[in-house]
Design a binder for this molecule. Structure first.
Ligand code: SF4
Length: 485
């Protein structure tokens, strides 16, 4: 058990390569033997996604150096794992990046937390699958949330979090507290469908933070490494048109995740008091030290600060070609999804939108009326339900003027005929509902493809075809049934 003073020690390490930076940081922290004992079972929580640009996953050189250090310290077993984004089995990512083999060579084991290493087994029926699933997970009730945690994480003597820092549209940065959230299956991470949810008071974000902190308190890491050697700034955390790779050459280490996150925020010139994750952690009896109470070793904080460009906080700042954004009152759920959808459209659909003009993107409750009636996208349940009586729902049919024989007669009858003219309307068919609270991005893209037609949006069609290579097939079907069990 580490002492309280030890918990508030944080190291800032700087070097020329990520591996060097890791080794130097660990030495400054006192060495791995302060954290790993002979015979320990170690679980390393890292970032695991299909590569969507660099850096989206934890740096492999750093993982290698960490595995070797744990072995030197006498660890008996070293496991690595994480749940990726919903819909992709770990087996697909592992095969694509050759992770299982690579970690095996180093004497560690990639854990298929979703049991996807079994999905190719033809003899595996629903009952077997259910048995495997529930033997590998433990159900934990915490406050109002019921979550499943892999037994291998609960049963490991030591938990290490190696977290790739990038910008984040909701929380400014992907902090290590967020990294802890993906120790539970993606289906558990979803904020429950709350039919009473309203965009006021940002109920979505409150529910999300509560759940993230619930999961964090179940098993906090013994050692945390925030890797900001390379950071995707601007429109990150994925590669979008406005994303930019920044090299800081830095990593932040410590045994207390909150302290490591506070120092990381300050290194990147962000006031940690502005982080809702950190400030709300205080209400949960999580120890949140002041920056002045954290002992910083290694590089000095004032010599290490870097200015980075954060994600935009206003959707209108994502200038997407031929798309006009009309906002009402919306919450973080729709903001996050719209942020990614608009950045996707800007990055990959530039040519498509060049020829499909006058698009209006309505978001939130009671959005502004669009000026043009080209294509109108209603993003989320709020604009779908609150715009039923809006003008854009109908097209006014201009009455055809009959040729008047005589100007004189025309003038005399002008007022009468005005009264007689009935305004005719027909329903506007150029409206696309993108339902959800909040909507799912890939469902939105599929709906947009259907709305425009393949020939009219060839770039979107190509992207979705490529994407279907990952999101269809037997492994995916098995994962879906695993998640629904
Ligand atoms: S539809 Fe979007 S803005 Fe409205 S409550 Fe749901 S998540 Fe929030």
């Amino acid at each position: 058990m580490l002492s309280k003073s030890k918990k508030s020690e944080v190291v800032i390490s700087k070097a020329r390569s990520p591996k060097e930076c890791f080794i130097k940081g660990m030495q400054q922290l006192g060495g791995i033997t302060d954290y790993i004992s002979e015979g320990d079972q170690v679980f390393i929580k890292f970032n695991l996604n299909l590569p969507g640009g660099f850096p989206t996953n934890t740096n492999i050189d750093v993982l290698e150096a960490l595995i070797l250090s744990c072995k030197e310290a006498g660890a008996d077993k070293i496991f690595l794992g994480s749940f990726p984004k919903r819909g992709i089995p770990i087996k697909i990512i592992s095969d694509f990046l050759n992770l299982e083999e690579h970690f095996k060579m180093l004497g560690a084991e990639l854990v298929f937390l979703d049991n996807s290493e079994n999905f190719n087994n033809r003899d595996l029926n629903q009952d077997n699958l259910k048995k495997i699933k529930y033997e590998s997970l433990t159900k934990i009730q915490i406050n109002d949330n019921e979550v499943f945690i892999p037994n291998i994480i609960l049963n490991s003597n030591k938990l290490i979090s190696v977290n790739q820092i990038n910008v984040n549209p909701l929380f400014k940065l992907n902090l290590s507290i967020l990294n802890s959230f993906s120790i539970i299956p993606p289906k558990n991470q979803v904020i429950g469908k709350n039919l009473q949810r309203k965009p006021v008071n940002d109920q979505y974000k409150k529910e999300l933070i509560t759940k993230i902190l619930d999961v964090f308190t179940i098993k906090q890491p013994d050692l945390v490494i925030n890797d900001l050697f390379y950071v995707l700034e601007g429109a990150g955390p994925f590669i979008y048109k406005d994303s930019n790779l920044k090299k800081t050459g830095l990593m932040v280490f410590g045994s207390d995740a909150v302290s490591v996150d506070i120092v990381t925020l300050n290194v990147l010139n962000i006031n940690s008091d502005e982080s809702e994750l950190i400030s709300l952690a205080q209400n949960r009896n999580i120890n949140v030290p002041k920056l002045s109470d954290i002992k910083i070793l290694g590089e000095k904080l004032e010599d290490s600060t870097n200015q980075i460009e954060l994600c935009v906080s206003e959707l209108t700042n994502i200038s997407t070609k031929n798309v006009s954004i009309k906002s009402g009152k919306y919450c973080s759920g729709c903001f996050k999804q719209a942020y990614h959808l608009l950045n996707f459209m800007k990055t990959y659909m530039g040519k498509d939108l060049k020829y499909n003009i006058d698009n209006s993107f309505l978001i939130g409750k009671n959005p502004l009326e669009p000026e043009k009636k080209g294509n109108i996208f209603l993003f989320g349940d709020c604009p779908i339900n609150s715009t039923k009586d809006y003008d854009f729902r109908n097209i006014i049919i201009e009455p055809k003027k009959k040729a008047e024989k005589k100007t004189k007669i025309k003038r005399i009858n002008e007022s009468k005929s005005k009264k007689r003219l009935k305004i005719k309307k027909k329903p506007n068919r150029n409206i696309l509902d993108l339902p959800g609270c909040p909507p799912k991005i890939f469902t939105c893209l599929e709906l947009m493809l259907k709305y425009f037609g393949k020939k009219n949006v060839p770039n979107l069609n190509l992207f979705l075809n490529l994407n279907r290579n990952w999101t269809t097939g037997k492994l995916i079907e098995k994962l879906k049934s695993w998640e629904e069990l």
